[in-house]
Design a protein around this ligand. Structure first.
Ligand SMILES: NC(=O)c1ccc[n+]([C@@H]2O[C@H](COP(=O)([O-])OP(=O)(O)OC[C@H]3O[C@@H](n4cnc5c(N)ncnc54)[C@H](O)[C@@H]3O)[C@@H](O)[C@H]2O)c1
Length: 348
């Protein structure tokens, strides 16, 4: 029986991984989240069966999901310091953890990244304790989610924007630029710790740099579901942060999961891969896509006092195609239609 850990298991990426692993494996999943952002699994699991063991909720009829609401650092410290911790606190016999997916982080949207950078910088503390634990606990495989925000801002300006390649930032070489606020600095540091954990301690680590992940169940503080909800209500004029000409590389969460699991089977040296569509879409174009679904053509109203981040952030997916033989399967139209259909049900 395999035992996987998912930190930040109740956030957007984490809960989609939990649901995927419950569906596609027979393994035990240890889900940790302090619920600072995420919501209790009973709000998003279909099977609401719950059994209690001390502080742990054992969820589902087949009792494979073990949820502990706590700061992930608390779990890491106790797991190192307390003898028979998993047996005593979870009632589980675990000799060695299998896959560890580390999604616990303070993320937020643009307003948080620009407006509260020292709150976001607490991710340095979470990641430092995480990799300290990794090299002692030596799980079989580790997934570290870096981000497109690790790329240098200088390659994402209006006049200089390029499709970002994995080699444009290399923590194991000489190429480092200035990343996006404390969020990007943390991710670059995390990649460096991942590299050290793999090289010096022999742990299998895979890093991913997802671009703008989106999905049907994403929080309304993120642009895609927020724009979908407003289009579903036929907002006109349609407000957009900044000029709306800034662009991102949108990738559906199902593709993020698929690519991540493919990468974990093939990459273990701590190096990072892009996960994106390889296409740049401006926010104005995104509004047009949703306008088409809603059957109207709104007037765009730019909100020039709002934070917008870099001008153009998109990736080159050639390396992933060559090394993993992987390409995204969900087109922008198809993925956004799924989000729109959900927004119609939830917000109109
Ligand atoms: N969503 C994307 O498109 C995207 C893109 C690039 C990278 N990532 C990375 O993926 C990871 C997950 O992102 P997300 O979009 O799911 O964010 P999210 O905010 O939805 O989820 C993060 C989860 O971590 C939890 N959390 C925060 N601090 C914690 C702590 N100290 N202990 C335990 N739990 C804690 C929160 O409650 C939340 O449920 C992050 O590292 C993020 O940087 C996401």
């Amino acid at each position: 029986m395999k035992h996987h850990i998912i930190s930040g298991a109740c956030g957007f990426v984490g809960r989609n991984f939990v649901k995927h692993l419950l569906k596609t494996t027979n393994d035990i999943i240890i889900a940790i989240d302090d619920l600072s952002i995420g919501t209790n699994p009973l709000t998003w699991l279909e099977d609401k069966t719950e059994k209690k063991f001390k502080n742990i909720s054992i969820l589902g009829k087949d009792e494979r999901l073990y949820f502990w609401q706590t700061d992930f650092r608390n779990f890491l410290r106790k797991s190192l310091d307390e003898k028979d911790f998993m047996k005593n606190e979870f009632g589980l016999e675990v000799t060695r953890f299998d896959d560890v997916f580390h999604f616990a982080a303070i993320v937020g949207g643009r307003a948080k990244i620009d407006g509260d950078p020292l709150a976001v910088s607490l991710d340095l503390s979470i990641d430092a304790e995480f990799f300290y634990w990794v090299v002692k606990a030596k799980p079989k495989r580790v997934l570290y989610p870096s981000s497109s925000a690790a790329y240098p801002n200088s390659l994402q300006r209006e006049e200089t924007a390029v499709a970002l390649k994995e080699t444009d930032v290399n923590v194991n070489g000489d190429i480092l630029g200035k990343p996006d606020m404390t969020y990007g600095w943390t991710k670059m540091t995390g990649e460096y710790l991942a590299h050290l954990a793999a090289k010096h301690y022999g742990v299998a680590v895979t890093c991913i740099r997802p671009f703008s992940g989106y999905g049907e169940d994403q929080d309304l503080s993120y642009p895609v579901p927020a724009i979908a909800a407003r289009a579903a209500r036929k907002e006109n004029p349609f407000e957009v942060w900044g000029s709306g000409k800034q662009g991102r590389d949108f990738v559906h969460i199902d593709d993020v999961i698929d690519c991540t699991l493919t990468a974990m089977d093939k990459i273990s040296d701590g190096s990072a891969i892009n996960i994106g569509s390889g296409k740049l879409t401006s926010f104005i174009d995104l509004i047009k896509v949703f306008g088409k679904f809603a059957g109207y053509d709104p007037t765009i109203k730019p909100l020039l006092d709002k934070p917008v981040g870099v001008h153009s952030r998109y990736c080159n997916m050639d390396y992933v195609k060559e090394t993993l033989n992987w390409e995204p399967k969900i087109s922008l139209e198809e993925g956004m239609k799924r989000v729109y259909d959900t927004a119609l049900k939830l917000y109109v």
